[in-house]
Design a protein. Structure first.
Length: 304
């Protein structure tokens, strides 16, 4: 699943929006690429961006509100357009949304948890006195972890908190941290934290307690847990020195798998490989990257 755009772009195009684009699907080997019906547009396009996810109940995407589309059917709006970002739980049954951007003056708002099929509100967590952002749902969708910032002071943060999906049992998990990621087994939460001039990846029990460093430095972007809970994928280093890497959660061993800086990376259901996008010299490439260290396979590129 990806956002498809006409390539190369027409020479007289004023911007990248008013050209033919759609949500598209293709096989894992790069074959059978095709647009999804009812998502193709040629002007005033919604700009699907990265905010889409494929669930058993259909594909979610954001265009002001949150829409669900079953391939071959028309999109159905399940949530009004007050969310700027959303995530789903592993089972695909619930959605957690944040209403405003971090640091927005006077924009304190709770994390809202929705039913992924109907859009019905399950609960709200964090209240309106803080800027509640970067949610992550437990695998079964009954709990949520998120970051709390001072809505009237962009530089002040109160760390990572957890709550039940209905908003009850709000408690602080760690005093300093960002980008919480709930493990597929539900027992651990990974997060990032500043360490001097670098960023570390740390791990803490979902029930609280002492955290431990998993990758002590040079973490740029975190792409998520493998479905089996064994690895976490991340970008090691920055800029031209950035590489796609994974860390073994049990041992802490880091393996660098792709010697290019990834813009996105997602896991295969079997946890055996990653699908990664890279951009260099204004050209994008899509790779299949085995976790066992085998040679990555280029499956699509603007040069091909």
């Amino acid at each position: 699943m990806y956002t498809g755009t006409r390539w190369p772009r027409p020479a007289r195009t004023k911007d990248g929006i008013d050209i033919l684009q759609a949500l598209c699907t293709m096989n894992a080997d790069g074959t059978n690429a095709q647009p999804l019906r009812y998502t193709v547009c040629s002007k005033r396009c919604p700009g699907f961006g990265q905010m889409f996810v494929w669930l058993r109940s259909g594909i979610l995407f954001q265009n002001g509100g949150i829409f669900r589309i079953v391939p071959g059917s028309k999109p159905k709006e399940i949530s009004r357009g007050d969310a700027v970002a959303y995530v789903t739980n592993q089972a695909g049954t619930r959605i957690a949304t944040q209403k405003y951007y971090p640091g927005c003056q006077g924009c304190g708002a709770p994390i809202t948890i929705l039913d992924a099929r109907s859009g019905a509100v399950v609960g709200m967590a964090g209240g309106k006195k803080f800027d509640n952002v970067n949610p992550s749902l437990s695998p079964d969708g009954t709990k949520v972890a998120f970051v709390r910032d001072a809505f009237n002071d962009p530089g002040k943060t109160f760390g990572i908190w957890t709550a039940n999906a209905d908003g009850s049992r709000l408690r602080q998990l760690v005093k300093v941290g960002d980008q919480p990621l709930w493990s597929p087994t539900g027992g651990k939460i990974a997060y990032v934290a500043d360490v001097g001039q670098s960023i570390a990846l740390r791990l803490v029990s979902a029930g609280g307690g002492k955290s431990r460093p998993l990758v002590p430095r040079n973490v740029e972007n975190v792409f998520g847990w493998s479905p089996d809970g064994r690895y976490i994928a991340f970008e090691s280093g920055t800029g031209s020195a950035g590489k796609l890497a994974v860390v073994d959660v049990a041992t802490g061993k880091v393996s660098r798998l792709l010697h290019s800086s990834p813009s996105t990376a997602v896991w295969s259901p079997a946890s055996s490989e990653l699908l990664a996008n890279t951009v260099s010299q204004k050209c994008w490439s899509t790779w299949r990257v085995p976790v066992d260290g085998s040679k990555p396979t280029l499956i699509s590129s603007c040069n091909s």
